[in-house]
Design a binder for this molecule. Structure first.
Ligand code: DCS
Length: 502
């Protein structure tokens, strides 16, 4: 029988429909098929299958478990949640504990400020099991606005804040809104966190790449973005938005103030909306020389000439010292966005009904933690500081480890949770990779996984200049195991380079 009665060859013929799958890889949304998300790609999938092989009695592997360095997922690698956050959330989940008759027992288990916080939240939420406002609970949005005002020194409006299922869903809603037609261009850095390239594929927009400058600590060169936008516009691409990840993922750079002013000026001049991904704003390891400045603050400091500038800023509970990735909490703030567009964003948010309420509560705790003098402040401060100092030490240790490896150069992370070393591979290794039909950095990362159980992400998962090779690793393995983790990588690298020495 013909492939289809109407001869269209699209497999929609009645004959096809009588047998075989209705939904096939050939007839699903082609934009979905274009999506790539390396953070949980081939390496992570292989790592998961090895983790099952490790359970077998006669496992061939020399290591006992997989070390997931492919994803910034701190609590997967043993980081403890913030006590106060979990105390409050646990009480909101079981309000029975808050009843007066349980008070005498409760105060032996919970600090009074956790009890009061849970009560205040429930007074404003009702039940955590109820749908909330689609933009998020107003009480929490007010606390987000207050946090932003105190951080930046400029006003913030709770009605222009959207609580979201992690920053990811906010980013995707914004990209969807911006993509009016398939020729809309979104400027994204190379290397970039593949949420952006994946979402651009999904919504059938056009990625407009700009390279970060590896030789200058992955800085963003205004000449680069200027040439990138003019080249794209010459090719008929309707460039609408510029994505900045600050501090950077995978590159870890934290932008200097002057650079940020130049970026705002560039967007203002070129009439481009700025999407500022600031989820790592507290993961700052060189605060003396590279402190974090929000784009909102820098924009407002530039005065009235920029009062109509359009900016969307994203934040999340998944990063920082909190690492509550699985609770799925975050927000974005609209600055200068047309009111009618904001209404459409609300409509899109309402299709998902609401972000999960526990994630919203976690956002409240992130922006409004215990204050000096409150019962939980000392413990909160101790926990946050210990996590911060440990992340800072591990970031430096990993950079030192990578810099000792033959052919590897790694800048110290100024921020975020990753090192992104460049690696000069021997010709013999490159040839072996191509014979195995793998990108050379992917071939290297797969070999590292098989030899050590350490799962990282090859540079091609983030984009890189042609002819250069990188990989990204988190510095999240626990400090007790960190030296062993580094030693395993050193041993693998030495032997692998020996094997493929030119
Ligand atoms: C720059 C950046 N933006 C947004 C997100 C999404 O965070 P939510 O959890 O709030 O949706 C991530 C997550 N980091 C990914 C996940 O782990 N490793 C990564 O590179 C990120 O790195």
């Amino acid at each position: 029988a013909s492939s289809s009665e109407d001869g269209s060859g699209n497999g929609s013929g009645k004959e096809e429909r009588k047998s075989g799958k209705i939904l096939t890889i050939d007839n699903i949304n082609p934009h979905v098929k274009k999506v790539e998300y390396a953070v949980r790609g081939e390496l992570a999938i292989r790592a998961d299958s090895i983790s099952y092989e490790l359970l077998e009695p006669c496992s061939k592997y020399t290591f006992k478990k997989i070390v997931h360095c492919n994803i910034g997922n701190p609590q997967q690698l043993g980081q403890k949640p913030i006590t106060f956050f979990r105390q409050v959330v646990s009480l909101t989940q079981y309000p029975y504990l808050l009843l007066p008759e349980n008070r005498s027992k409760l105060v032996t288990l919970y600090p009074t400020d956790a009890i009061e916080r849970a009560q205040t939240l429930l007074e404003n939420i009702g039940s955590v099991g109820a749908y909330s406002h689609s933009q998020g609970i107003q009480h929490i949005r007010k606390n987000v606005a207050k946090f932003i005002e105190e951080r930046d020194g400029y006003p913030s409006d709770p009605n222009l804040i959207f609580l979201t299922q992690g920053a990811s869903s906010g980013v995707q809603n914004m990209l969807q809104i911006i993509t009016e037609h398939p020729n809309v261009g979104i400027m994204i850095p190379i290397p970039q966190y593949p949420l952006y390239s994946a979402s651009i594929s999904l919504y059938n927009a056009r990625p407009v790449h700009y390279y970060l400058n590896e030789e200058q600590d992955w800085s963003l060169d205004i000449r680069e973005i200027t040439s990138s936008v003019s080249k794209a516009r010459k090719n008929g691409i309707d460039v609408r938005a510029l994505v900045i990840i600050n501090p950077g993922n995978p590159t870890g750079q934290c932008l200097p103030l002057e650079n940020m002013r130049d970026i705002i000026d560039f967007c203002h001049r070129e009439r481009i909306i700025l999407l500022a991904d600031e989820v790592y704003q507290t993961n700052i390891y060189q605060p003396e020389t590279r402190p974090f400045h929000s784009f909102k603050k820098v924009l407002r400091s530039m005065g009235d000439a920029y009062k109509n500038f359009e900016l969307v800023s994203f934040h999340s509970i998944s990063k920082g010292m909190i690492g509550e990735c699985g609770q799925r909490g975050g927000y974005f703030e609209l600055t200068g966005i047309d009111a009618k567009v904001a209404e459409q964003l609300y409509k899109v948010a309402s299709v998902d009904l609401c972000p999960n309420v526990i994630g919203q509560i976690m956002v409240d705790l992130m922006v409004n933690p215990p204050k000096l003098g409150e019962p939980s402040y000392e413990q909160y401060k101790k926990e946050i500081t210990a996590i911060y100092e440990s992340l800072r030490r591990r970031s430096q240790k990993l950079a030192v480890c990578f810099n000792e490896l033959e052919g590897v150069t790694c800048t110290n992370a100024q921020g975020s949770m990753y090192c992104f070393p460049t690696i000069r591979l021997p010709e013999k290794l490159i040839k072996a990779a191509l014979t195995a039909e793998k990108q050379p950095d992917e071939f290297y990362c797969l070999a590292m996984l098989e030899a050590t159980g350490v799962c990282v992400v090859p540079g091609n998962g983030f984009g890189q200049k042609p002819g250069t090779w990188h990989f990204r690793s988190t510095f999240l393995p626990s400090e007790e195991l960190f030296d062993e983790f580094c030693d395993g990588i050193r041993k693998f690298h030495r032997e692998f380079f020996e094997k493929y020495r030119d």
